[in-house]
Ligand binder design. Structure first.
Ligand code: PGA
Length: 242
């Protein structure tokens, strides 16, 4: 079965109830899209967004979860809670979580296991820093992150997102040949390579989406900044068709 393109919006710490009109505008675009469409709003909007998207082609996801399903963990949200609120996916190990919260690949792996137990599809993020790339260590770093972040039995039920840290929110995008080479490398490391989706993330915008999505091993995009405006996100969803 061919891998269906997955366009994912990552709103990060953006979005208020007054922004929920985004989903109404996205509904007809997602209905006609040649790709699967997923938006990950902040946890505070998840239930409202999921309720609004019920019966549409838009899927809703979380941006992180705890390793446990419940317990005394003030401020945390479990995978089961995300599922209960209407999420189908959860982003895990985003570089902002790795950097700002000291998340290790071992922790990301435990979160991925919790997500799968709760019936969520984990989107596991990996990516090298600029220093690591310049030192010629990009493949080594990403390979090590993948090995430690992916549950040993994880097959096509997980999604991988390759996000070079230096390309996130900077307007810089990795060169097409570097993306192609890294995605092929990631695929070679997977248990079910042919069926597992690998997304690219890092300054994806309407201007570069078609070129990136046309690469053989790129099965979708993880979009930050450009997912906050309906026009730019819709343009990326549409680009996935061509
Ligand atoms: P960006 O973020 O599109 O704003 O670079 C991508 C991400 O962090 O997922």
């Amino acid at each position: 079965m061919p891998r269906r393109i997955l366009i994912t919006g990552n709103w990060k710490m953006h979005g208020l109830r007054s922004d929920l009109g985004f989903f109404e505008a996205l509904t007809p675009i997602a209905a006609k899209a040649g790709a699967e469409v997923l938006v990950c709003p902040p946890a505070s909007l998840l239930a409202a967004a999921a309720a609004q998207c019920a019966g549409t082609e838009i899927r809703i996801g979380g941006q992180d979860c705890h390793t446990g399903q419940s317990g005394a963990h003030t401020g945390d949200v479990s995978a089961m809670m995300l599922r209960d609120a209407g999420a189908s996916h959860v982003i895990l190990g985003h570089s902002e979580r790795r950097q700002e919260h000291g998340e290790t690949s071992i922790l990301v792996c435990a979160k991925a296991k919790a997500a799968r137990v709760a019936g969520l599809i984990p989107i596991i993020c990996v990516g090298e820093t600029l220093t690591e790339r310049e030192a010629g260590r990009a493949h080594e770093i990403v390979g090590a992150q993948l090995k430690a972040s992916l549950p040993a039995d994880a097959g096509a039920g997980v999604v991988i997102a390759y996000e070079p840290v230096w390309a996130i929110g900077t307007g810089l995008t990795a060169a097409a040949e570097d993306v192609a080479s890294m995605h092929a490398f990631i695929r070679s490391q997977l248990r079910e390579p042919a069926a597992t989706r690998i997304l690219y993330g890092g300054s994806v915008k309407p201007e570069n989406a078609a070129e990136l999505l046309a690469l053989e091993d790129v099965d979708g995009a993880l979009v930050g900044g450009a997912s906050l405006q309906i026009d730019s996100f819709a343009a990326i969803v549409v680009a996935a068709k061509q």
